[in-house]
Design a protein around this ligand. Structure first.
Ligand SMILES: *Cc1c(COP(=O)(O)O)cnc(C)c1O
Length: 500
């Protein structure tokens, strides 16, 4: 494929992409293929000779499309949204065009500098404390800064590594133990989570090889200060070394918000690294009315949210900030002659390879730049607010119906509900209803919704209860999609309840 062929075919592909987005409402959101479907219809070796573009296009429609679950559909309410937008796609196309590997400033200065600029823009857009910004008001560099990670999970890993570095350095500086002894203490390090913390916390701990302490969340699914203090006391008495705590702004199950300020008190007094995971709900902070809910984030050591979830930016774009990059860079910076750095004046030079696990990195700042410029702060806020409004509408309608119970406050775009016990067994006393029967009704409802395939959502389990989760937030999602969702839920609930 030469440039002129690319010019022609590329335009066809753009047309196909636009057509796809325009036709999304007409196709069932969930793929229904069975495992192994593709292997059966694919050749088992790469072609020896080049194949025609038309043949590949044809296979894309016939073989790949059936195996796609359409996350961009307005009828997709599963997990959390994975927003895409045309401006972000255009940014990504240019990133693909340059295809530079921007691990050091010197690799391609614009890759680094645009990231620094847009991460400061984004930090200000969500009202982040100025400690987290790269450039101070006087135009000089600060200690903090933002970096784009591939995922919130990667942010969790690097935050934990920075925390370990910070605590190790302190132990060494205290001079009570030798440097070697200090390093060998890592297996005594404990990271603190709640039972609602995303699985990426445990994964990060597995990767770096530290202990974890999973603290039971309170009745509102929040990590409380009191339970954190108690856990830390116990562990210290057992000779362990608390080093890291994660607070969540918008948990995955229910969008609960931990006691972020209370955790900050503990992190300060115990000198722990304090990471805040706002992977999903962080996008809401673009709207000032949500910021009071996040009081305490200004005291974190690191903060992260996924622009690729609810902020109109195609995967992958996980925005992470640290208040002081020193520990991160100390932990992850490794010198080799083939990785040259700028010599002399290094102000405004960030070698982002020292801020992440991989060496190579894509030019991801471009898509964020296109998104922020083409939607503007007002467009981004309107996007968030419209979904929150739709979620509250759904909540009201479910309550109005009488058969449902809302299982967690609807704060953002997530509605967590279930068919309530009295609707499952109307003749029993509420107290006597077998919880297994209620759970089964709700898992049956999720199965029925998935089998019906007019809309897609998933269930989850919270404090022993099976519940239904509807995550509103698709880029093209409108009120009418949520009305469609409600209609499906009401109808299939009747089927489920009648068949008990
Ligand atoms: C989705 C989610 C994550 C994981 O996000 P990735 O970017 O896929 O790693 C982490 N934390 C929370 C609270 C989430 O909702």
């Amino acid at each position: 494929m030469d440039a002129s062929e690319f010019r022609k075919r590329g335009k066809e592909v753009i047309d196909a992409i636009a057509d796809y987005y325009e036709s999304l409402d007409q196709i069932p959101p969930m793929s229904t293929v069975k495992p192994g479907y593709l292997y059966k219809i694919m050749p088992h070796e790469a072609p020896e000779e080049p194949e025609s573009f038309d043949d590949i296009q044809d296979d894309l429609q016939k073989k790949i499309m059936p195996g796609i679950t359409h996350w961009q559909s307005g009828n997709f309410f599963g997990w959390f949204p994975s927003n895409s937008s045309f401006p972000a796609m255009i940014g990504d196309m240019y990133s693909t065009m340059f295809d530079v590997v921007g691990f050091n400033w010197i690799c391609s200065p614009a890759v680094t500098e645009l990231e620094t600029v847009v991460m400061d823009w984004l930090g200000k857009l969500i009202g982040l404390d100025k400690r987290f910004l790269s450039i101070k008001e006087d135009g000089t560099e600060g200690e903090g800064g933002g970096v784009i990670q591939g995922s919130a999970s990667e942010a969790h890993i690097v935050a934990m590594i920075a925390g370990r570095e910070m605590v190790l350095e302190r132990i060494k500086a205290d001079g009570q133990v030798s440097d070697d002894e200090a390093s060998s203490m890592c297996h005594k390090f404990v990271a603190y989570f709640s039972d609602q913390t995303h699985s990426s916390g445990q994964k990060a701990a597995n990767i770096i090889g530290c202990r974890t302490r999973i603290i039971e969340s309170d009745k509102d699914f929040r990590l409380s200060k009191r339970s954190l203090v108690a856990a830390i006391e116990e562990d210290k008495n057992a000779g362990l070394v608390p080093f890291f705590v994660c607070g969540t702004f918008g948990t995955t199950n229910t969008t609960a918000i931990d006691d972020l300020a209370g955790i900050a008190d503990v992190a300060e007094s115990e000198r722990l690294w304090y990471h805040i995971d706002a992977a999903y709900a962080g996008a809401a902070l673009t709207c000032p009315e949500f910021r009071p809910l996040a009081a305490g984030i200004e005291r974190a050591d690191s903060f992260n949210f996924n622009a690729h979830k609810w902020m109109l930016t195609n995967f992958d774009c996980s925005a992470m900030w640290v208040a002081d990059s020193k520990h991160l860079v100390n932990a992850l910076s490794i010198h080799r002659e083939y990785l040259p750095r700028v010599k002399g004046d290094t102000s405004f030079v960030k070698d982002y390879r020292d801020w992440q696990a991989p060496l190579g990195r894509r030019f991801r700042a471009l898509k964020l730049w296109y998104v922020m410029r083409m939607f503007g702060a007002s467009g981004i806020r309107a996007h968030i607010r419209s979904h929150v409004k739709q979620a509250k509408w759904l909540e009201d309608k479910l309550i109005e119906d009488g058969r449902f119970e809302i299982m967690a406050p609807v704060v953002f775009g997530l509605v967590v509900f279930r068919i309530k016990p009295s609707a499952v067994c109307p003749y029993d006393d509420y107290e006597d209803v077998d919880p297994n029967v209620v759970n089964k009704a709700n898992t049956d409802l999720v199965k029925a919704i998935q089998a019906d395939n007019r809309v897609f959502l998933v269930g989850t389990k919270i404090k022993g209860n099976d519940v239904v989760r509807a995550a509103i937030g698709s880029t093209i999602g409108k009120q009418e999609h949520v009305e469609n969702l409600l209609e499906v839920v009401l109808q299939l609930t009747s089927n489920v309840v009648n068949s008990i």
